[in-house]
Design a protein around this ligand. Structure first.
Ligand SMILES: *Cc1c(COP(=O)(O)O)cnc(C)c1O
Length: 447
């Protein structure tokens, strides 16, 4: 976007008020042109200039009276065990108000939820599960424990989510499931992924750990695939310290969820013995109490973050060399964080310096997300999942070699992505200031 050069001497607001020519110019200017837009010459805060963000965002308050009330109720109970526990029951009831899924169970983490989903989906030795390599390692821990094989697909450059075409290219006769990670709370292209899953008879598992309150074409994230998985870890939109939830409407998988996180035992049929095998991922009542209270906060947190992230996109759209976080217009992205990319050839600085300059302007930001794609982590490169070994590969049940796994767009995303914190306590003013900072820094370093 071009600045009106004559507006640089006085503030734009004053200028507009005193000049009819400027009024005309302003009415023709893009919507993102703001009264507080700094002039082209404005000095970076990094170099001693004035900060673009005038006031730091307020600290968010994550819990209070509603949580205390639930915890007090919990303390009055005789049992803190999950099965038919009042806090767990209430949490599941509240969960179902937004997510109408017949089978829903609490568990101890998002990792646990995903492991339970993989067990219920029947993933066995040598079965391949296609997923994203830009995610928390918890996405694939359960796959590996079930002796399955995570296969990493490439991602869409602007959404950082699975590229359906690449997913389809990686399907083999051993492929059994897809785990769709809604990175940053941005919905994956679930229409395309569901069509692929249906065509090849695969189970579609949604990793909604970063996506509380997100929506795909109006549908709550976690309800479109066959099984939905959520995390309540401290860093997620809502939390009980650690926790998770797994849910399904599918009659093939739903009835298996409870036992798959509870040592294989079916609590609806006492005395049935152990027909299946699983570990213990149960969540206790104290955590369920906090979870139940936190569920009442989801919609407010999700709608605020969605609005703030979209506002940022609107205000940094069109900056040469920058690619805003791409969200489908009919979806709701809940911005676990905001991720935009810089094209280094467009700037005279590298990403580290760009981020340093942005931080100096008062923007909460950092370079990248995870340091390398999952398959470049030492444990993958060494295929050393079990005491340094991988029996599956030694036995010839898979020939995968993670050191040769190639996902070029993933590498590019991790090298050029800039992470901007979004949280529900931030205001439009802060986001506007952050956008001004992004434009100012981009302009300063533009080639
Ligand atoms: C946090 C997270 C997980 C794992 O959840 P935990 O509760 O930490 O085990 C899995 N997948 C994604 C995308 C996550 O962000």
């Amino acid at each position: 976007m071009k600045e009106n050069p004559s507006a640089s001497a006085v503030s734009r607001r004053d200028f507009i008020a005193t000049s009819t020519t400027a009024l005309v110019a302003a009415s023709l200017a893009p919507a993102s042109l703001h009264a507080d837009e700094p002039a082209a010459s404005s000095k970076l805060a990094l170099l001693g200039g004035e900060k673009a963000v005038k006031t730091a965002p307020a600290k968010r308050v994550r819990w209070g009276e509603p949580e205390r009330e639930r915890l007090n109720a919990m303390l009055a109970q005789d049992s803190l065990f999950y099965w038919k526990g009042p806090q767990t029951t209430l949490a599941l009831e509240r969960f179902r108000k937004t997510y109408p899924l017949k089978y829903a169970h609490t568990c101890s983490s998002g990792t646990g939820a995903l492991h339970i989903a993989v067990i219920a989906a029947g993933i066995g030795p040598g079965d391949e599960v296609i997923t994203s390599p830009i995610t928390d390692i918890g996405t694939v821990i359960g796959v590996i424990y079930q002796q399955g094989v995570p296969v990493f697909a490439d991602l869409v450059p602007g959404t950082y989510n699975l590229d359906p075409a690449d997913v389809e290219r990686r399907i083999t006769p051993r492929t059994k499931a897809i785990i769709a990670v809604h990175l940053c709370g941005n919905p994956c292209d679930l229409h395309a992924l569901k069509a692929i899953a249906d065509k090849h008879n695969l189970v579609l598992i949604e990793d909604a750990c970063q996506a509380w309150g997100a929506r795909f074409r109006g549908q709550p994230i976690g309800t479109v695939g066959h099984i939905g998985c959520f995390s309540l870890q401290q860093s997620k939109h809502i939390t009980c310290g650690d926790g998770g939830l797994v849910a399904s409407n599918d009659e093939r998988f739903g009835p298996l969820l409870q036992r798959s996180g509870d040592k294989g035992g079916d609590r609806t049929k006492p005395g049935g013995g152990f027909q299946t095998f699983a570990t213990n991922y149960r969540m206790s009542e104290p955590q369920a109490a906090v979870f139940a209270a936190q569920l009442e906060r989801v919609e407010d947190i999700a709608s605020r973050r969605a609005r703030l992230g979209n506002l940022l996109t609107e205000k940094i759209a069109g900056v040469p060399g920058l690619r805003p976080h791409q969200v489908h217009p009919e979806d709701r992205c809940v911005y676990w964080f905001y991720f935009f990319r810089m094209e280094p050839p467009a700037f005279r600085c590298d990403r580290a310096e760009f981020v340093k300059a942005l931080a100096a302007e008062g923007v909460q930001c950092s370079a990248g997300y995870i340091p390398v794609p999952l398959h470049r982590e030492p444990v993958f490169l060494k295929h050393g999942f079990f005491a340094g070994r991988w029996p599956l590969r030694e036995m010839g049940l898979t020939t995968i070699d993670y050191s040769k796994h190639h996902t070029p767009e993933v590498e590019a995303i991790l090298k050029t992505g800039i992470r901007l914190t979004i949280d529900e306590a931030m205001t439009d003013d802060y986001i506007t200031g952050a956008a001004v900072a992004v434009r100012k820094v981009a302009r300063h370093y533009a080639v």
